[in-house]
Design a protein around this ligand. Structure first.
Ligand code: HEM
Length: 549
């Protein structure tokens, strides 16, 4: 019966004598139902005691399912917002049968970040380890054991933390404790300084060369230098010796990892599984070699400490390799992409590059004059000059993070919590996307959708805006935000200082390499923060050494 399919529609309207109503009722009934629903949902219900959050009319779950076809939080969010006119009200979507509360109002986001007893990131760490890294079930049990289950940390553990959390404390110690952070910055910058020299380019960066000119892929330049230098800083040369293609494998994994997060069957996810398994093999070989027998070691203690803590917690070297790949993926994902977008967009505004070159001249000339370049000197120079005395460079960094951040914080409700007078039920997943907040005209002005590299220079308070959160917040606030800024700024400063760089635009050809259209942000895949470009997009550059004197 057609009326069974449409139980609430006008088709069901028959009076008790079986007479069909007039045509007017067919038109009036849906309208009437709509207004009753609106009156109930938006006028009466909000005045009652907090209800479970559910703002959407009955047809939205169907749309939600259809939209989930795109499998993309940004697309979902954009559609949700177009429905609500971006009302800043939380709303629920159903994605693959799961409830997802989308939160955009900065006040609600702030409230959720602070409420660590109601919202947890742990279910996602677990999903990452099980569904993406494929950690063994014994390994997963070990990762979530607390002292009362028999876990004994190598460090004092008064809060009775589980192994996952004692390891993330070690990450925070490395990335936030001033002395350790200074060492790390020095180690990474030492590598970046070296690998941005003309004679030290990674071969994979160069597409063509002749005489004094080279044509390079901007994407590979940023990736090769920043991923390699950071991995090198954490693991030392030995990992590079085991797997010389570590950077390209990491890139292939990063490009295709979404196949794992969307739980594609293995035969469809080969492009992700193959690089992942090669990386795990290399990491396993690294951890299978006793620390004292590794020919070269890392200069920062983080990896050795996490390795020892995980061994102590009962993890096999294979599971240590699997979990550390996830850490390495997270810490390498954002700085190279940020450098890529920053370089490409700066090249479209050469007058900004001129201003930046003037600003960095003192720091760069001082480094050029050094007889012996060391990590600590570079860390000091970066702090006192690039960070403290180059406001335009920093404004450009902030503006770029504002415009190209497409990540979302995703948490799970541990215990019912009230947001905007609505109850979020236990188990609901909460999604807080960055991009819409970053495009807010009320916070960033009418030209919020344009790139203005001077924006954060003109208004210093923007960096503290509630709508500006390129590093997430709460328990997942990026602990690499300081080192990330140092390494991105140093990379950009070195290459702008050392090279004349020209965009090879679409339609042009230099040294046999064709230019490409400017890359597009990839809204179709999940993002760990800074957006990737649509696969295959790139910025082709012609470079030559600058004549400085
Ligand atoms: C410079 C560009 C960077 C940006 C824009 C960035 C952005 C982010 C964002 C948005 C998150 C939070 C994700 C969420 O809420 O779920 C995050 C988390 C994290 N990031 Fe970054 N990140 C950057 C660089 C780095 C670097 C260089 C490192 C390490 C060397 C790093 C280490 C981490 C870690 C460990 C987390 C997990 C949260 C924590 O426990 O600290 N990030 N990052």
């Amino acid at each position: 019966m057609i009326s069974d399919l449409f139980p609430f529609s006008a088709i069901n309207l028959q009076d008790i004598r079986g007479n069909h109503p007039s045509w007017l009722s067919y038109v009036a009934f849906p309208f009437l139902s709509y207004f009753v629903w609106r009156f109930w949902s938006f006028t009466i219900r909000p005045t009652l005691r907090p209800q479970e959050l559910d703002y959407l009319p009955y047809w939205v779950p169907f749309v939600g399912h259809a939209v989930s076809f795109f499998n993309n939080s940004n697309a979902l969010y954009a559609r949700g917002c177009s429905y609500f006119g971006n009302s800043m009200k939380p709303f629920i979507l159903y994605v693959a049968g799961e409830k997802l509360a989308v939160i955009s109002n900065p006040k609600h986001v702030h409230q959720i970040y602070k409420d660590t007893s109601s919202f947890s990131f742990d279910p996602f760490i677990d999903t990452l380890y099980s569904g993406v890294a494929n950690v063994s079930s014994e390994g997963r049990t070990a990762l979530w054991r607390s002292p009362k289950d028999g876990f004994k940390s190598l460090y004092p553990n008064p809060k009775q933390k589980v192994l996952v959390h004692t390891c993330s404390d070690l990450v925070h110690k490395q990335l936030l404790q001033p002395a350790r952070l200074h060492d790390l910055i020095g180690t990474v910058l030492y590598e970046i300084e070296r690998y941005t020299r003309w004679n030290s380019f990674f071969p994979s960066t160069i597409l063509s060369s002749e005489g004094d000119a080279r044509v390079v892929s901007a994407y590979r330049w940023c990736r090769d230098v920043l991923v390699d230098c950071q991995t090198q800083a954490f693991f030392g040369q030995y990992l590079r010796d085991i797997e010389p293609n570590f950077t390209t494998l990491m890139d292939a994994w990063d490009d295709n990892a979404w196949m794992m997060t969307y739980q594609y069957p293995p035969f469809l996810a080969k492009a992700a599984i193959e690089p992942r398994d090669k990386l795990i093999k290399a990491l396993k070989q690294y951890f299978d070699t006793p620390v004292d027998e590794r020919p070269t070691r890392s200069t920062v203690p983080l990896i050795n400490e996490v390795e020892a803590e995980k061994k102590q917690g009962g993890l096999s070297t294979e599971d240590i390799a699997r979990t550390l790949l996830m850490v390495l993926w997270g810490i390498n994902a954002n700085a190279p992409m940020l450098a890529f977008w920053m370089l490409g967009n700066l090249l479209k505004q050469p007058e900004v590059i001129d201003d930046i070159r003037k600003e960095i001249a003192f720091a760069m000339e001082s480094i050029d004059e050094l007889k012996d370049i060391t990590g600590p000197t570079l860390a000091e120079m970066s702090k006192s000059q690039l960070i403290d005395k180059c406001p335009l460079l920093n404004s450009a960094f902030n503006e770029m993070t504002r415009v190209v951040s497409t990540g979302s914080t995703i948490l799970e409700v541990k215990q019912p919590a009230v947001i905007d007078n609505k109850v979020l039920a236990k188990g609901t997943k909460v999604l807080m996307p960055q991009r819409l907040a970053h495009m807010s005209k009320s916070s960033f002005g009418d030209n919020a959708d344009e790139i203005d590299f001077y924006r954060f220079l003109k208004d210093k308070s923007l960096e503290r805006s509630e709508d500006y959160r390129p590093f997430g917040g709460g328990v997942t606030l990026c602990s690499g935000r300081v080192v990330g800024r140092h390494e991105t700024l140093a990379f950009i400063a070195f290459i702008l200082w050392r090279y004349d760089i020209q965009l090879v635009n679409e339609g042009a050809e230099v040294l046999g390499v064709k230019g490409k259209p400017f890359p597009r942000l990839d809204h179709g895949k999940p993002s760990l923060g800074i957006s990737k470009q649509v696969e295959g997009d790139d910025i082709i550059l012609k470079i030559a050494e600058r004549k400085l004197r």
